[in-house]
Design a protein around this ligand. Structure first.
Ligand code: G3P
Ligand code: MG
Length: 252
């Protein structure tokens, strides 16, 4: 099967450079690029008014000065939130990023994007895919985009929107299940993404032997992660990729 010619780096900045800047913000993505990261992972979901925004949680409690559920916000209300002050005073005034402004920034910085379709409980996988995937394809070249999700439905809708030659899909797992290969084949997936703390050597080897890149989240301890490189893991998704300097195998 033909996929976009994606060259993955060893390290991908999780939610932008989220160890150093408020996660999933424009500032976190600029910080990732300043720290020499070539790819970032970001979460996308819809506000109640249908606007795709870069956000992880179902509510804004943890990462803003508000309390609402994302599904209850429209863009003007979401934009009034301060999404930086919770992380540090120097980030006060940061605003929630829309997907469209984030895509413009990622493209301008020359970064690759692992865009995670984050389907929180009660939200529509199809509505999210239908908004987010065409927008991402419009701005980024196929070799700088992976659309990933824990939601098989979101991935299936994404596949319906673009063929495998044009859109790389990443199947997200916690532990890799026995039927991982069927799921990946049905979606014509490009890559497998797994929780590194639950990864078993035999699954890592099987994924790599089947030809899929294997991306592991969220790896912040380079010493503990050494085995995973030995098992053939392609890339680590990290809050702080700089910790891995001096602890990496050669590029895949
Ligand atoms: O995409 C990998 C990782 O981000 C999945 O978990 O909860 O950090 O979005 P989470
Ligand atoms: Mg994520």
């Amino acid at each position: 099967m033909r996929h976009p010619e994606i060259v993955l780096p060893r390290l991908i900045a999780h939610r932008g450079l989220s160890a150093r800047a408020p996660e999933n913000t424009l500032t976190a993505v600029r910080a990732a690029q300043a720290a020499d990261c070539r790819w970032v992972e970001l979460d996308v979901q819809l506000l109640g008014d249908g606007t795709p925004v870069i956000w992880h949680d179902a509510t804004v409690k943890r990462c803003s000065d508000g309390r609402a559920r994302l599904a209850d916000l429209d863009l003007p209300r979401a934009r009034r939130l301060d999404v930086g002050g919770w992380f540090g005073d120097e980030f006060r005034g940061e605003r929630m990023a829309t997907l469209s402004e984030m895509l413009v920034l990622v493209e301008a910085l020359g970064l690759g994007l692992n865009l995670e379709l984050k389907v929180n409980r009660g939200r529509s996988p199809a509505a999210l895919a239908e908004e987010a995937v065409p927008a991402a394809l419009d701005v980024l070249p196929p070799e700088r985009l992976i659309v990933s999700s824990f939601s098989a439905e979101a991935l299936a809708c994404s596949r319906d929107l673009a063929p495998a030659s044009r859109l790389a899909l990443g199947v997200l797992f916690e532990g890799i299940p026995d039927d991982w290969r069927q799921s990946c084949e049905a979606l014509e997936a490009f890559s497998v993404h797994a929780d590194w703390t639950r990864l078993r050597r035999r699954d890592a080897v099987a994924v790599r032997e089947a030809g899929y890149p294997l991306l592991c989240y969220t790896a912040n301890d380079p010493a503990a992660f050494a085995h995973q490189w030995d098992w053939g893991v392609t890339s680590a998704i990290s809050d702080d990729p700089s910790r891995f300097i001096g602890h990496l195998p050669p590029e895949a």
